[in-house]
Design a protein around this ligand. Sequence first.
Ligand SMILES: [Mn+2]
Length: 233
Amino acid sequence: MIYAMSDLHGQYDQYRRMLEKIDFSDEDELYILGDSVDRGPQPAELLLDMSMRTNVFPIMGNHDMTAAMILKKLCVEITEENYDRQLDGDFIKALSMWQIDGGQTTLDGFKKLSPDDRSWLIDYLDEFIPYETLTVGGRKFILVHGGIPYEKRHIPLADQIAYELVLDRPDYTKRYYKDAYLVTGHTPTSLIKGGHDGRIYRAMGHIAIDCGAGFGGVLGCIRLDDMAEFYVE
Ligand SMILES: [Mn+2]
């Protein structure tokens, strides 16, 4: 069986309870549609767990992208030669923006890791991919964190700007494809017109799966084989 969830935001406990609920086994696959880090209490634990599983596939979210950039820079030793480059104003600004946007819990967890686990975690974040396409049970799915700008929907995914796939908020009122579902995180379903709090949104070929776990809401998970929905408070 193939599952998708998104925007876990450090909610390691909810993630573990969801894996139990869906009876996740080695034969199954799980796609995590980004924003695994920041805000919630245990982003580092969550990433290490995900990275140990060969059947969990991470897709890049905007928070993961920022965390990867900042953590990588923080791990470079500051020297006479590089301090200008490493600690430039843009970086300091990005660092404080990230902290305001929930990055502190990721930083705290990261600091507690062994040096080996730190580089492991950075390498893992670097593996995150901007999109995935799947055919499950005869249905086609496009998986991204943010979305695809409507006017760009027919541009091949490989030619899309990765940054847009990560940050876009799709027009949920419009059907994008006749033959494929667009599966997205990033936009909590409570913010989608016609969506409702804490439930997966499905309409017009869209499947939006961020139910707001990052803000203390429920974690949603969808099984693509039969569109069954699962929730963990
Ligand atoms: Mn996001």
